[in-house]
Design a protein. Structure first.
Length: 414
């Protein structure tokens, strides 16, 4: 689902989006500690202080290349949570980089993301959907101790502040459009992004900044700007050219907490009782592994959907009767969960081959509608980095829904 400019959200979409956030805030899944919204706040704080075997391994989501893919995955998951409430929604983006102040004044409103802070009430939001009573900040997730009510700078919509935002936007535009290498692009875009956090101020300057729902609209814009850059700088070589750096920021590293490892935890502590943030987080399956490479592809339709159905059946239909799909194979494997940390970044490609074709005799491959049916176990599909399919015109179905066509041989990252 394509993301829309928040400014263009109609009255009805605004209320459905805000109500979906309120629903997440009011919903705690069985066995979970935090409500579905606050779990995202905790996750964002957690990634800042990763620990492996008692040793800090730093921030997995900021100030390094992983900033972009980590937040992309984070946003995608948040969007899925929103869609679990209302399947017609996607995260709108706040186009603070457009140079048009109406992109801001039209959304900091009572009928949408809420107004600026109220200077008479400690810069708390005192109208709209996100007032203290309806949108209490969790005491353990209140990093800077602002208390229950969401706060923002009180002068956001003044001409002076809007001019300031315009120059931050210019910096982001220059990053995307300028003739920059990746490192420059990244530091300029992340720098502009930081300035926007500071521009909103209060809750938005903490590592618990997703407490303010504008966070998600802000990051949807960051992700959009990165996508724009990817149009002119595609592929892995334009993600992190030297591919050096800390674990989690390299192309095939697992991104905590989706790193297949139960050993990396977070040392972040809650603000109220010093409760370990780790204990507030949901269990993440060892099979739930996402690397930067997995989210690089701008055309996310197939990988995203395939990923969502890790344990479901995937049916591949060859629409050209005289082709066969003998070239189907599983290639590669996710690096052993600890191998990457000791410097082994990948394993030799292996062909698993036909044993993954289940219950489908060879003769069926010639029919138009059903050529190949693959039934993977969770382990099988997670040990694969991609499925390579050959054929002229292949349509892929996941759980009965077509997820798009492939032309010629293509690797589908899982
Ligand atoms: Cu962040």
């Amino acid at each position: 689902m394509t993301r829309k400019n928040a400014r263009d959200f109609l009255t009805d979409e605004r209320s459905r989006f805000c109500n979906a956030l309120l629903t997440l805030k009011q919903t705690t899944e069985p066995g979970h500690v935090l409500n579905k919204y606050d779990e995202f706040v905790a996750l964002h704080w957690g990634v800042v202080n990763r620990v492996l075997n008692g040793v800090s391994i730093g921030d997995g989501g900021h100030r390094a290349p992983g900033f972009l893919p980590w937040h992309r995955e984070y946003l995608n998951r948040f969007e899925k949570a929103v869609q679990s409430v209302d399947s017609t929604l996607s995260i709108p983006y706040w186009d603070w980089s457009s140079g048009d102040s109406q992109d801001t004044t039209d959304i900091f409103t009572d009928d949408f993301i809420g107004p600026a802070g109220d200077s008479l009430n400690g810069n708390r939001i005192t109208s709209g959907y996100f007032i203290e009573n309806d949108w209490p900040i969790h005491p353990e997730l209140d990093q800077l101790g602002w208390g229950l009510g969401l706060r923002r700078s009180n002068d956001l919509l003044t001409p002076q502040k809007l001019t300031e935002l315009e120059s931050i936007g210019d910096r982001a535009q220059d990053a995307v459009n300028g003739d920059n290498d990746f490192a420059t692009f990244l530091s300029e875009l992340e720098g502009a992004h930081n300035s926007v956090h500071v521009w909103v101020n209060f809750h938005m300057v903490a590592m618990t900044s997703p407490n303010d729902p504008i966070f998600f609209l802000h990051h949807a814009n960051i992700d959009r700007l990165w996508s724009k850059w990817q149009e002119t700088h595609p592929g892995a070589e334009n993600f992190n050219p030297d591919n050096s750096g800390q674990y989690g920021h390299r192309i095939d590293d697992g991104m905590w907490p989706w790193d297949g490892s139960t050993n990396i935890t977070t040392s972040s502590l809650g603000t109220s009782t010093n409760m370990p943030i780790q204990s507030l987080l949901p269990q993440i399956s060892d099979y739930d592994v996402v690397t930067p490479r997995n989210v690089l592809d701008d055309n996310l339709t197939i990988p995203q959907i395939v990923k969502q159905f890790l344990s479901s059946r995937i049916r591949v239909t060859n629409q050209t009767t005289n082709n066969n799909l003998n070239r189907y194979k599983i290639i590669g494997s996710v690096p052993d969960k600890f191998a990457a940390m000791s410097g082994i970044t990948d394993q030799i490609l292996t062909t698993v081959g036909f044993e993954d074709r289940v219950n489908r005799p060879e003769s069926d491959y010639d029919f138009v509608d059903v050529i190949l049916e693959i039934s993977h176990t969770r382990t099988q599909i997670n040990s694969a980095r991609g499925v390579q399919l050959g054929g002229d015109n292949i349509e892929i179905f996941v759980d009965g829904n077509s997820t798009g066509n492939l032309v010629k041989t293509q690797e589908i990252p899982l």
